[in-house]
Design a protein around this ligand. Sequence first.
Ligand SMILES: Cc1ncc(C[n+]2csc(CCOP(=O)(O)OP(=O)(O)O)c2C)c(N)n1
Length: 327
Amino acid sequence: MYRYMLMVRRFNERMLLLQRQGRIAFFTESNGEEACQIGGAWPLNRGDWVYQSYRDAGMCLVRGVTLKALVDQLMGNADDPNKGRQMGAHWGYKESNMVSLASPVGTHIVQAVGTAYAAKFKKDKTVCFTTFGDGATSQGEFHSALNFAGVFKVPVVFFCENNQYAISLPFRRQTASENVAIKAEAYGFEGVLVDGNDVLAVYKATKAAVDKARSGGGPTLIEAVTYRMAGHSSSDDPNRYRSPEETEHWKARDPIKRFRAYMTKKGLLTEQEDRAMQEKVENEIVTVIKESEKVPQPPVTSMFTDVYAEIPWYLKEESDELTREGS
Ligand SMILES: Cc1ncc(C[n+]2csc(CCOP(=O)(O)OP(=O)(O)O)c2C)c(N)n1
């Protein structure tokens, strides 16, 4: 878990640098949310379905997506399984049962419930796990999804990464409720509030919810309380709407520092091992970036593939024209 947390942190830092250098177009950082992502994805089985958010690169890693696949996605190169067609950080990996994300906030929550309903209908033991931010809880889809899940008792885990902001809107302006977890009560199932900067606490809460869903106990809403230490995305300047003191307050609760301190105290990690692990992670990322940058862009005509079994004549004409103009 610690290694994955380090990896996603370094990945975040590196990707922001690449964006600033113009080597990728867009990125959504998740510094501070590593405990949510790693502890949240950890209890899931390989065959479970995940409807993740654009901030969940760490969950992708836990689900077996390679670092290279993540970098390929952000570069939109020919090795990206989505062939560069998705917006940056809109992860989707078929082999890992991670469903491609649509930009409109909250839309994937209802899709997750539909998939969970299908699993129940087919009587298989699949659990559906969906993650979203505090902002998404104001969307109609969130409420429809929770209501349906409660009524039909489907095997779904709703995982809200409450990072205190929806772009610039602070959580206290998002809802008049005491917290997000409490909202589950209105839909007739359990809501759990957990310290989202404590990876073991997140694991424990998620494991219980996943086990419950798998054994027919129905849905759970987990609210992991955390903090988005960086901007909303590479296009955002958080200094315009929050104070440095607030960020410092949360940086002192950094989930990686906390887990490191815990393991050191327990005698599970030495300073030397830690340093070696950090170096290894750094080297891995640098190597992957070099590899991904060598991969060419997908051919422009690939935009005409994968939609029709047989390409209609008018698209064929456009494709030919594009090839002629491009050459
Ligand atoms: C329906 C809709 N409204 C607005 C947006 C613009 N938008 C993109 S991300 C975002 C904030 C979402 O905040 P939250 O759900 O808390 O997730 P976080 O970014 O904090 O992880 C907004 C408003 C959008 N993509 N879709």
